[in-house]
Design a protein around this ligand. Structure first.
Ligand code: UDP
Length: 193
């Protein structure tokens, strides 16, 4: 997949179709992949947080989450044309999951928010398997690693805000039998509306 360096970050220069196709290949080949949405807010956070900077550099797919990154690319003499937002990537992954039978787990948000996000996705994508959910305020009350692994989920969306979600993914990625990890910030709040 083509990438373009924007302020030292290797941003994917692709389309939704190519990205989703590639992620399906990753799933089929049992690879672990981390998707991170890059926007001006994330770049500001990276500047003040060496952990986050390292996490982002190691991630597999840095997606240009909005016009801010396209504008930065242009200003720096680059050619990024297509924005790939975090929320639309999540939605397209859910569509792909519903078609090919991959299981999804939703982690984060308030209890009612993650519940509405699940209902929204089930209504929107017939046959989608939301294998489990966990709100982001009672994570210590359950054995979350076991809960996610037993759900059989291959795709995990983590909505804890940044950098909390990145800390969580970094800490737990290797303990999970999940393939695809995406930190989605406040996306569950948006979906459930
Ligand atoms: N959140 C959570 N647990 C926490 C803190 C935050 O589940 O301890 C959730 C919160 O309910 C919201 C999301 O994380 O759904 C944060 O969204 P926000 O828009 O602040 O994140 P951003 O997209 O700005 O990173």
């Amino acid at each position: 997949m083509k990438r373009e360096s924007v302020m030292g970050l290797q941003i994917v220069d692709t389309t939704y179709d190519e990205l989703i196709f590639q992620i399906r290949e990753d799933l089929e080949n049992d690879r672990k992949r981390v998707i991170v949405a890059i926007n001006p807010e994330k770049i500001m956070k990276i500047k003040g947080n060496p952990f986050l900077a390292g996490f982002v550099r190691k991630a597999d797919y840095l997606i240009p989450d909005g016009v801010g990154i396209l504008m930065a690319s242009k200003k720096l003499g680059g050619h990024l044309q297509t924005k790939i937002t975090g929320i639309d990537t999540m939605i397209r992954l859910c569509k792909m999951a519903s078609v090919y039978g991959y299981k999804v787990f939703l982690l984060g948000g308030k209890s009612e928010v993650v519940h509405s996000a699940k209902l929204h996705l089930e209504e929107r994508f017939q046959g989608i398997q939301i294998a489990g959910t966990q709100d982001g305020y009672h994570m210590e009350d359950v054995d979350l690693i076991q809960k996610i692994n037993e759900s059989g989920a291959q795709i995990l969306f983590v909505a804890l805000g940044s950098p909390k979600q990145e800390y969580w993914i970094s800490e737990n990625k290797d303990k999970l039998s999940v393939n695809i990890f995406q930190g989605v910030g406040g996306s569950f709040d948006v979906l459930g509306q």
